[in-house]
Design a protein around this ligand. Structure first.
Ligand SMILES: *[C@@H]1O[C@H](CO)[C@@H](O)[C@H](O)[C@H]1NC(C)=O
Ligand SMILES: *[C@@H]1O[C@H](CO)[C@@H](O)[C@H](O)[C@H]1NC(C)=O
Ligand SMILES: *[C@@H]1O[C@H](CO)[C@@H](O)[C@H](O)[C@H]1NC(C)=O
Ligand SMILES: *[C@@H]1O[C@H](CO)[C@@H](O)[C@H](O)[C@H]1NC(C)=O
Length: 615
């Protein structure tokens, strides 16, 4: 159990928390004891029960370093200076501009792992890249992927070394990309041709792609002293600040029209694909600027409030807590239709919530000059005040942490439930017609229904509900193999796998890392280790590591790709998760959405207005 200072009005809650903790501990022990005798299942991390000595964690970090070297040496041998390795055919491929994206994306991981020789060789790739030339896509460079992978890699390596070559190349790259901002509202276009300066004229703007450059460009402005980079960030902030949120109820919608600067009709509200990192950067931009960029804090609070009250559900039988997306075609029906899909991409959210709970005074927002309930005031936020009212009597910090804990557990179970021990790209949760907050019953929703988490939480808050907090108490894996399916054994997982591939993605271990550092709960480490062992077992080839086509079997069909984010993010977070010391404390470093760490700095009022910087 997490122990936290609770305000006086939560003292009864504290008592219940202790009881709930003891009860779940006993249940947990009972489950494990009976579980051991009946079905020994290799996918379950034994270590969750017995303490691991520090030396062993260090050994595990070394094992991750060895995995990184295997992956990177495969890339160097078969693919460099192309972008990425095909680890089955042992060839290279160009996926992002052909400048050697794996080398750029891996720079700061190498520095953290103290891999000097590999780093020195990668610097040659950095020097040789010609940012104005790509033979792909008629010479067009995608803004989002280029920013997070190349620019982020350069900036983090610069932050860790002070090598001005890296900063110079980062500026050159940002300058080559700059014409993307020439759209009517200054929102970045999808791609640009750096030679002609022509940008992609498609009017469809995707939230993740148009808002995920704040952290990189703000640090670039700070490091170079140049105002022009921060101007791009400030324009985005001003734009979001002018946005009419009445339809999406305080959370940024996913689809935009770059021409009109308005959200599109038939829109979607999501934390997953096409949205994710723009929400993530609301908090991270606030932290990066030494907690001075308050508009981003407000947006983060509005966003998380919407998520907590509208997008979190519990499954009918297992009570798995998950976050989903919703489409809302009209102003009159803003609730829209929840899809009940749960994406691997959304598994960054628990880590973000834990980071927010760790760094923000969520129970004392007055101390930073904020009145929580007034976040719903004003014509641009009409229709949102009910959400702040609904949460205002909760211990907000605890609520964020519980959501983090519960969703991260579901992310973990989507791994532990699979025969190969690795999680699918997307699952579809079982549900009866879902109930919405607006129509929420005041009593327990029958167990056979999927119900909104806040309904359950509200009941719990008033002391009416008994037993552990919904969705957060420990749950055992419910494996379901091909043989089980053939034998007609029921699927007790509470979901169907809707996209069966495992793409070497980082989000789940990223959240485990952030939860481990912020709560100190060792189970995140042991689960991370179980995932790493599955990665080694299922995805390692002679050349490197491969994506998998179907997690429902072991062994399974392999894809022929090793995305650069596997080296930039997945292996970095695993390494940091097992490392005993903490080279990048979360109060001094901010991880970009591609896991590139840049240092927190003090942002003066002048700098925030763009003054005090040159150009
Ligand atoms: C980079 O490519 C452009 C376009 O082909 C070319 O004009 C330029 O000379 C190249 N720069 C270097 C340093 O090779
Ligand atoms: C880089 O420069 C900063 C600011 O002067 C300093 O605090 C930091 O220690 C330097 N880092 C390295 C690796 O030299
Ligand atoms: C915001 O959008 C809603 C729905 O389209 C509209 O009714 C309202 O007038 C708008 N508010 C402002 C201040 O533009
Ligand atoms: C908010 O919306 C309601 C219902 O649509 C409307 O009656 C009210 O005037 C709006 N308030 C503001 C401040 O726009």
């Amino acid at each position: 159990m997490i122990s936290l200072p609770l305000s006086p009005r939560h003292r009864p809650a504290l008592r219940i928390l202790v009881y709930a903790g003891l009860t779940s501990l006993v249940l947990w022990l009972l489950l494990h004891l009976s579980f051991d005798k009946s079905t020994p299942w290799t996918g379950f991390p034994d270590a969750e029960r017995s303490p691991i000595p520090p030396e062993e964690w260090e050994n595990r970090a070394e094992r991750v370093k060895e995995a990184f070297l295997h992956a990177y040496h495969g890339y160097e041998k078969y693919a460099m200076p192309m972008d990425e390795l095909r680890p089955v055919s042992n060839k290279g491929m160009n996926s992002y501009n052909g400048w050697g994206v794996t080398a750029f994306d891996s720079l700061d991981t190498m520095l953290l792992m103290e891999l000097k020789e590999e780093y020195t060789r990668a610097l040659e790739v950095v020097k040789a890249a010609n940012f104005t030339m790509t033979r792909q896509n008629r010479g067009f460079v995608p803004f989002f992927e280029t920013t997070i992978r190349y620019l982020g890699g350069l900036l983090s390596a610069y932050a860790l070394t002070n090598d001005t070559l890296l900063l110079r190349r980062a500026e050159e790259l940002a300058d080559a990309l700059d014409p993307v901002f020439e759209t009517p509202h200054g929102l970045p276009a999808f791609s640009v041709n750096p030679i002609s300066g022509e940008y992609d004229k498609n009017n469809v703007g995707i939230l993740a792609e148009l808002g995920s450059f704040q952290v990189e460009y703000t640090y670039l402005a700070k490091a170079s002293g140049k105002k022009k980079y921060y101007d791009r960030v400030k324009n985005l902030n001003d734009f979001f600040h002018r946005t009419n949120f009445t339809v999406s109820r305080g959370m940024l919608p996913t689809r935009w029209n770059l021409q009109t600067g308005l959200p599109r009709d038939r829109n979607k509200v999501s934390v997953g694909a096409q949205a994710d990192s723009t929400h993530e950067y609301l908090l991270k931009q606030y932290l990066l600027t030494g907690k001075t960029d308050k508009r981003n804090l407000e947006s983060y609070l509005r966003t998380t409030t919407y998520i907590l009250t509208n997008l979190l559900y519990l499954t009918p039988q297992r009570g798995l807590l998950y976050v989903t997306d919703t489409t809302f075609p009209t102003y009159d029906d803003p609730a829209g239709v929840p899809s009940h899909t749960f994406e691997h991409l959304s598994c960054f959210l628990p880590g973000l919530l834990a980071l927010g709970a760790h760094t923000l005074p969520l129970n004392n927002l007055e101390s930073v000059g904020l009145d929580y309930t007034s976040l719903g005031d004003g014509p641009l936020y009409n229709g949102t005040s009910q959400f702040y009212k609904a949460l205002k009597d909760f211990d907000l910090k605890q609520l964020h942490l519980w959501a983090a804990e519960g969703i991260a557990q579901t992310c973990w179970l989507t791994y532990a439930d699979q025969p190969c021990g690795l999680g699918p790209e997307e699952v579809l949760m079982l549900t009866e017609p879902a109930r919405h907050w607006d129509a929420a019953a005041k009593k327990w929703v029958p167990q056979s229904r999927s119900y909104l988490w806040t309904d359950a939480m509200r009941k719990w808050k008033k002391g009416g509900a008994r037993g552990p907090i919904p969705g957060v108490s420990p749950k055992r894996p419910a494996p379901w193999t091909e043989e089980d399916r053939a034998a007609g054994k029921p699927n007790e997982r509470d979901y169907h796998v809707s996209k069966a591939g495992y793409l070497l993605r980082p989000e789940t271990v990223e959240s485990f890392y952030l939860l481990w550092r912020t709560t100190g709960d060792v189970k995140w480490r042991t689960r991370g280790w179980a995932i790493f062992e599955a990665v080694e077992r299922e995805t390692r080839t002679n050349g490197g590591y491969v994506t998998l086509k179907n997690v429902a079997t072991s062994p399974t069909t392999k894809g022929d790709s090793m995305p650069s984010f596997f080296l930039a993010e997945t292996l970095k977070y695993l390494y940091l998760l097992f490392k005993e010391d903490d080279p990048l404390p979360l109060d001094r470093w901010v991880f970009s959405t591609e896991a590139h760490a840049v240092p927190v700095f003090e942002w003066t009022d002048e700098e925030r207005e763009g003054e005090g910087l040159i150009e």
